[in-house]
Design a protein around this ligand. Structure first.
Ligand code: ASP
Length: 373
């Protein structure tokens, strides 16, 4: 008898096959679930390890500013002196305002986008150096010999590194060269021909000394040479300087100062602007300072370091410390002012003259430009 498939048998076989397939599928599903679980556990462990590694790295990062995260502050000056409202034309006043605003914005944009305080102060000072209205770079005053000799300095509050140039005659942006001295040489200050040789090595822009000629500064020199006791020349014609101080989002302070010095100064005379501790100082533990005024007095008082020391040793507020230092200059017979920002972002701008070209960014982000008392 031939083998005949009984209907119930084939039904049973089909059911068994179906069951087997289902079992296979279930095993497959479980396998996938188990693998997914394994992968998840693996990724969790990896993420944990990575975050531990990251927190170990960020422990090396600079300490955030004490008053909270991401606070920035920025101020600049364009020199202090007898600035008389009655002799200032509206056009001239507008030009000063525009120049100060351009410079303060150049630095502030850098700070806002998370840039370094050093870059911000250098950028603002470079804008002022290129503006013939201010006594620095292009608008530098003349020596008694009818030449221009420029001074500048910059300081990093995080490391206390500093750089300065003095008595340079062909450097378009002395602040840029001062930064090169700080970052690319083992020195703090380089003067005269040596500074210019260093500039050539660094590829820094040199210009013909004629670049610094401006009619207004020449007239100021003539006036001063002809000065009689009974008609003293205003200090507006004698001096000026530019500078900037900044606190960046990482809590780092920086200061920069650049000047043509004093009109009719002796050849080789060096003022306070390139002297670290006199015209410029910055220390993350205290404040950043840039000064302007009769350089000889500012050197004798050690103005910029004096403000920082009052914060460091006497726990003084920035406003009190800055005012007291300017008072010391005044007691000796010197005139001028300073700008300063502390580690918490407070700003002080005292001066003992009738005006100081200045600008800062207010806590709500507005640009404030001022000239008079
Ligand atoms: N402090 C500068 C100097 O004595 C001049 C100034 O700021 O007015 O060279």
């Amino acid at each position: 008898m031939g083998k005949r498939k009984l209907p119930y048998r084939s039904a049973l076989a089909a059911a068994a096959r179906g069951l087997n397939e289902e079992l296979q599928k279930e095993r497959g599903r479980r396998c996938v679930v188990a693998s997914v679980k394994l992968i998840s556990i693996g990724s969790f462990c990896l993420a944990t390890i990575m975050s531990l590694v990251n927190s170990a790295i960020s422990a090396e990062e600079p300490v955030p500013p004490p008053s909270g995260q991401k606070k920035i502050a920025f101020a600049i000056h364009g020199g202090a002196g007898t600035i008389d409202r009655s002799t200032m034309t509206p056009e001239r006043e507008r030009a000063y305002h525009a120049g100060l605003e351009r410079a303060v914005m150049a630095g502030y944009e850098i700070l806002k986008s998370g840039g370094a305080s050093l870059d911000a102060v250098e950028a603002a000072v470079r804008v002022l150096e290129d503006d013939p209205l201010f006594n620095a770079g292009k608008g530098a005053v003349f020596t008694s010999a009818g030449t221009n000799e420029l001074d500048a300095s910059i300081m990093n509050g995080k490391t206390l590194a500093a750089g300065a140039v003095a008595g340079v005659k062909r450097i378009k942006s002395p602040i840029n060269l001062a930064r090169m001295v700080m970052e690319k040489s083992p020195h703090v200050m380089i003067a005269g021909d040596g500074a210019e040789a260093f500039a050539k090595e660094m590829g820094v822009e040199l210009v013909d000394p004629k670049y610094f000629f401006t009619e207004e500064r020449w007239q100021a020199l003539e006036k001063l040479k002809a000065e009689k006791k009974e008609t003293p020349v205003s200090d507006k014609d004698r001096h000026g300087t530019v500078g900037a101080v900044a606190l960046d989002q990482a809590g780092n302070l920086a200061a920069a100062t650049s000047t043509g010095g004093m009109t009719n100064k002796r050849v080789g005379r060096i003022g306070d602007a390139p002297v670290i501790g006199a015209g410029t100082y910055a220390d993350n533990r205290t404040c950043a300072v840039s000064a302007t005024g009769d350089g000889e007095y500012f050197i004798r008082v050690g103005v910029a370091r004096d403000v920082s020391s009052a914060l460091e040793y006497q726990n003084a507020s920035l406003g009190d410390a800055a005012q007291r230092t300017i008072d010391k200059v005044g007691q000796l017979g010197g005139t001028g002012g300073l700008i300063a920002v502390d580690k918490n972002g407070n700003i002080a701008m005292p001066f003992n003259t009738s005006g100081m070209y200045r600008a800062h960014i207010s806590p709500d982000g507005k640009t404030v430009v001022e000239i008079y008392k």
